[in-house]
Design a protein. Sequence first.
Length: 249
Amino acid sequence: MGFLNFFKRNKDSTTTVNEVEEIHVDFHSHLLPGIDDGCSNLEESIENIIELKNQGISKIITTPHIFNQVYPNTPEIIEEKLILLKDKLNELNIEIDINAAAEYYLDEWFCNNFDKIKLLTVGNNHLLVETNYMEKPPFLEQILFDLQTSGYKIIFAHPERYNYLLNDFSLFDRLFDTGILFQCNLLSFAGYYSPQIKKAAMYLLKKRMIHLVGSDIHKIRHTLEISKFKNSHEYKEILKLGMLNNSLL
């Protein structure tokens, strides 16, 4: 299913059994070694990747943080780490397709500089972004609009985890209606982060307001918990929506 076909559905449409397919592309993770708050070394990266293969994943699009004040990563730094990881996978004869984009933190620095730097995108110019967890950035709608008018297709990382959205579910609808893509974390549906986050994730699932799911893996405990979650009723309901993950193959 392509991105354009997805938008032909509305939030109240139904999904047939024929649309249900397993997810083979793991999107949104922090598997490059020693680059952010994810895997700290190659051994941890490999451990997680082996577990993902065991779960039926054939492609990984990992997305290290780019946050100027905390993780000032660049495309060159990310590419260097990706090559290092690919070389190790080849050395160990672990066959998996792995690529890298980035998860961009929307702050004032990004707002003032996004048009001056090379942005790492996924597929057809899709850009993964996140915000402050606690407070809604006053410039949120403006920067999303600016990115869209600059030709980027926005993937909004884990909307169910932001406190400012948990306090007012109507904001989900307003953001969704701007045409951005919602990417929810699998572990949100398992209650891994908090009951409130699970409630928000289930709201988005019921309203059919999810375009992609992500593992958001930082450590092996996340990967193992995802393995358990994939046996759940909630996961089967997610698959019925026809996630866009596999269109990133």
